[in-house]
Design a protein around this ligand. Structure first.
Ligand code: NAD
Length: 485
């Protein structure tokens, strides 16, 4: 498959069905983290632009909500097809903006499937009825909120764009999506596909810009009734505060993680090593659910660590726009410096057994796969999300001990366990404090029909095909009294 540059790159804001420059004409420069060269001048949404996007969504809401599920679904179906057709262009755009290697780019397939799924899901919006109150036939109505805002991160942007906007739209809401300033190009491309699919003006608005301007305004906007966010805990908390201080809008938060993977001595060591190294290496470790803490039972630790090390160091770093590369740079200089500082901190607390200065010999913000062992449980790199290809491998003796260590974190997004003992697998699945537990598999393994979200500080709410529509509907109780004969 070829991943050639597109003839032109869309960098404007998509508001009320048309592309426009920002109201003050200001742009920000997007640079490739692999070449450091500028790749685009992107229009930054001002407060005026953000207000215009919300106003357009508000105006479009009544007519959109009044459409039949088939009519709304027709637009989503068209968009699903167009996204699939744009696969190679989307892969290329992500590669030049945040360094995602084109090899293994699956986001367009996943995003297309999500729009395709929800296109058919409109009839899931059902209320209930009850005869339990004497003299009444009571019922619940499920109704869309109105304007939904979606704020997405840069690591897998269009996956989150679709996971949030497809169910929101199908439930009858209109949306304003704000992409991340680190990876705005694929969202802007999706905007051009929304235009091509013929959505009514104002139903889908997609803007680019920084968090402190458009993101903050969406969080405090009085006309936004629900805000769905994926990103860091720091921003998630700020959004929650703004929501509380403004109109108490509903908030869905998908936040960070510090996934533990527990490897018992009866596990398939080769498979466990291959999958856990893929988890922390994929997307250069910039994955919320990446297993950044591995606990291996003492008796198999030397064998597991050696197998893991060999696989982890075999990555091919380089130009993310070519198929041969499977290890891209960190998304930008800020991410790169963050990861480097965690590695420095790790050297003071644990033992570095792979990865060292220089961080990489390849030009760009590349970080070599890095392994620490014997790191104290309370060390900074065991507690905080690094968001890089950096893993801690510690050992344990007993099941109780490892449960205590695995759960000793503020996060709870994902956890995994490798064992052939069914009883132990079930005990662990119950004991691990995480929204998803993988048994003999680890992140990024997921399932479309399983809810995804965090325990503890990893978030509020769940996303996924079986719960998506529910998230975007309010419940109204209607009490209907009748005269008994
Ligand atoms: P981030 O919080 O820095 O930014 C996310 C988005 O929020 C961006 O669009 C940004 O512009 C916006 N934003 C920033 N400040 C804002 C503010 N004050 N008000 C409103 N919006 C604001 O996160 P990131 O660096 O883009 O993404 C990485 C984080 O996302 C990691 O913590 C990762 O674990 C998390 N993440 C979670 C999941 C999940 O499903 N739970 C998935 C992917 C990433």
């Amino acid at each position: 498959m070829s991943f050639d540059p597109p003839a032109s790159i869309e960098t404007r804001l998509f508001i009320n069905g048309e592309f426009r420059e920002s109201s003050d004409k200001q742009t920000f420069t997007l640079k490739s983290p692999a070449t450091f060269k500028p790749v685009a001048e992107v229009y930054e949404a001002t407060e005026q632009d953000t207000n215009a996007a919300v106003a357009a969504a508000k105006a479009a809401f009544p007519a959109w909500a009044a459409l039949s599920p088939e009519a709304r679904g027709g637009y989503l179906k068209k968009l699903s097809v167009l996204i699939l057709e744009a696969h190679s262009e989307l892969a290329y755009l992500e590669a030049i903006s945040m360094g995602r290697p084109v090899s293994g780019y699956f986001d367009a397939f996943a995003s297309s499937a999500t729009f395709g799924h929800y296109a058919e899901a409109g009839y899931q919006a059902l209320g209930t009825s009850s005869l339990n109150t004497p003299g009444h036939v009571n019922m619940t109505l499920r109704q869309p909120y109105g304007v939904v805002a979606a704020i997405i991160p840069w690591n897998v942007p269009i996956l989150f764009l679709s996971n949030k906007s497809a169910p929101a739209l199908m439930a009858g809401n209109t949306v304003v999506i704000k992409s991340s300033e680190k990876a705005p190009l694929t969202s802007a491309k999706i905007a051009s596909l929304v235009e091509k699919a013929g959505f009514p003006a104002g139903v889908v608005n997609i803007i680019s810009g920084h968090g402190h301007t458009s993101g903050a305004l969406l969080s405090s906007h009085m006309d936004v009734r629900l805000l769905t966010f994926t990103g860091s805990g720091r921003t998630g908390r700020a959004i929650q505060i703004s929501a509380a201080k403004s109109n108490l809008k509903n908030v869905i938060l998908e936040l960070g993680g510090k996934t533990p993977a527990v490897i018992f001595e009866d596990a398939d060591i080769e498979k466990a090593a291959a999958e856990t190294q893929h988890s922390i290496q994929w997307n250069s470790g910039q994955v919320c659910m990446a297993n950044s803490r591995i606990y291996v039972q003492e008796s198999i630790a030397p064998q597991f660590i050696e197998t893991f090390r060999k696989k982890f160091q075999a990555v091919k770093a380089g130009d993310p726009t070519v198929q041969e590369t499977n290890h891209g740079p960190q998304a930008d200089e800020i991410q790169y410096n963050n990861v480097k500082s965690y590695i420095e901190s790790g050297k003071e607390s644990g033992t570095l057994i792979l990865g060292a200065d220089p961080v990489s010999s390849v030009k760009g913000y590349f970080v070599n796969p890095t392994i620490f062992t014997e790191t104290p449980e309370d060390a900074k790199i065991m507690k905080e999300e690094i968001f890089g290809p950096v893993v801690n491998i510690n050992t344990f003796k007993t099941e109780d001990e490892v449960i205590e260590k695995a759960n000793n974190t503020d996060f709870g997004l994902y956890a995994s366990v490798y064992t052939k003992n069914v009883d132990r697998a079930l005990r662990m699945a119950k004991a691990l404090e995480a929204g998803t537990v993988g048994v003999n598999c680890t992140s990024p393994a997921g399932a479309r029909d399983m809810p995804f979200g965090g325990y503890k500080a990893s978030g509020i709410g769940r996303e996924g095909w079986t719960v998506g529509i529910e998230n975007y509907l309010e419940t109204k109780s209607v009490l209907m009294k009748f005269e008994e004969a």
